[in-house]
Design a protein. Structure first.
Length: 163
């Protein structure tokens, strides 16, 4: 008899826990950034951020360990130079050290601040502009997604971050 009562109590506690978990998860606040429109238009996951009135389009690149900004963009935005350099490796290995810049940017009312490796992305970005009509200013690497805890959902074409 004691085993049956204990088992029933355990089941009731489990049901209450599951019901609470479902309600809590469904009501939890998640920050959402949609990249659906850019995927529909260009085939690329792009998010537009703002620095004042200046629009900056960033392609989402989880394969890159750092974020990059096109060096031509720095003349239009306030930034701080960082005493840090890196060597960029890719299809065309470059032995010249690349500097970093730090700046604040916004998506709606949400403020972000991060460091970006400054490189000349104009050749690559001009090809994308010719193909899609979209002007790109940089790319967000996995360091941004880790720092702000964003997860990309390609089923919904949204980036989610738990607030």
């Amino acid at each position: 008899m004691n085993i049956v009562v204990t088992f029933l109590i355990l089941i009731v506690v489990l049901i209450i826990f599951l019901a609470y978990s479902i309600v809590y998860i469904n009501n939890e606040k998640f920050e959402k950034i949609s990249f659906k429109e850019s995927m529909d238009l260009t085939g690329f996951p792009i998010i537009t951020f703002y620095i004042g009135e200046e629009k900056l389009n960033f392609i989402l690149d989880t394969g890159s360990n750092v974020s990059y900004i096109n060096k031509d963009c720095l003349s239009n935005i306030p930034y701080k130079k960082i005493d840090k350099v890196t060597y960029v490796t890719g299809f065309q290995a470059d032995e010249e050290p690349k500097p970093f810049a730090y700046f604040e940017f916004y998506y709606k009312e949400n403020k972000f601040e991060d460091e970006f490796c400054v490189v000349d992305l104009s050749p690559s970005f001009s090809q994308i502009k010719q193909q899609s009509g979209v002007v790109l200013h940089g790319l967000l690497g996995s360091n941004f997604f880790q720092k702000y805890r964003y997860v990309l959902n390609f089923d919904e074409l949204k980036a989610y971050s738990k607030k």
